[in-house]
Write a protein that binds this ligand. Structure first.
Ligand SMILES: [Fe+2]
Length: 252
């Protein structure tokens, strides 16, 4: 069982798959990477895209029907990649989807170049409501690349971190690859996900990423990330490895 907790496979909802054909090709790429369960996470509440829970669930049902018809052995579950907005707490009660609709984990995208000053407080409020926030690809956030200690603070206060497979194997540049490795060493990574958008331009790459983790770190790291993703699927909690802080902020 291999679970991908972040991707854009649902056709026509965002900048991911643009048609059912593209979604099927991306699904086939997922299967080739060993993926068995996909939690589909279209963008939500960012400046360009709004995808309500109802729309996401319908799109999941449509894609799953097509996959079954074509005998592609992949389960699809609903989710959202939620941009951190001012009204996220009110939205949480009404229209937001937890990952796999299991009531526990939510996928949160921070702005690209800065961290809103109230982020820690918002994460705290999210947790008070019984949810666990997962921050997506911090390696793509310039402010978090400059300030790893801040990321440590988020984790220390209960947030979890997902890095992207492509970043870890160097597709997004050497400095980003290096940053993701530092996060792994400091126990600041809880999930590796594909963030797949397109079967050629932004494919799954999970197989390569896990092979890299096994070679560069250990097999138990691979097991840890795979097991954590299963917990997200089932909505169960797990005990993360204790995060290790940084003595001082270093610039990449
Ligand atoms: Fe994404």
């Amino acid at each position: 069982m291999l679970v991908d907790i972040h991707n854009h496979i649902l056709p026509g909802l965002d900048d991911g798959a643009q048609s059912m054909e593209e979604a099927i090709l991306l699904a086939t790429n997922g299967v080739a990477n060993g993926v068995t369960h996909i939690i589909a996470t279209p963008h939500h509440l960012n400046r360009k895209y709004t995808n309500s829970s109802t729309e996401v669930k319908e799109a999941v049902a449509n894609l799953y029907r097509e996959l079954s018809r074509k005998n592609i052995p992949l389960k699809i579950l609903p989710g959202q990649e939620i941009h951190l907005t001012a009204n996220i707490l009110e939205e949480l009660d009404n229209n937001l989807l937890t990952l796999a609709n299991s009531g526990k984990y939510i996928l949160i995208e921070l702005p690209n170049n800065h961290i809103p000053t109230n982020t820690l407080e918002v994460f705290f409020q999210i947790q008070l409501k019984g949810y666990i926030p997962i921050i997506v690809h911090p390696e793509r956030n310039a402010a978090l690349r400059r300030n790893k200690q801040l990321l440590y603070e988020f984790v220390n206060k209960g947030a979890l971190i997902q890095i992207t497979a492509s970043s870890l194997i160097g597709v997004n540049g050497r400095s980003i690859k290096k940053y993701t490795k530092v996060l792994i060493k400091h126990n600041l990574v809880h999930f590796i996900a594909s963030d797949a958008h397109h079967y050629v331009k932004r494919p799954f790459l999970l197989k390569k990423a896990y092979q890299y983790v096994k070679k560069r770190f250990s097999e138990s790291h691979v097991t840890y990330y795979c097991e954590n993703a299963k917990h997200v699927l089932f909505g169960t909690e797990f005990l993360p490895l204790p995060p290790v802080g940084f003595k001082k902020t270093r610039h990449l």
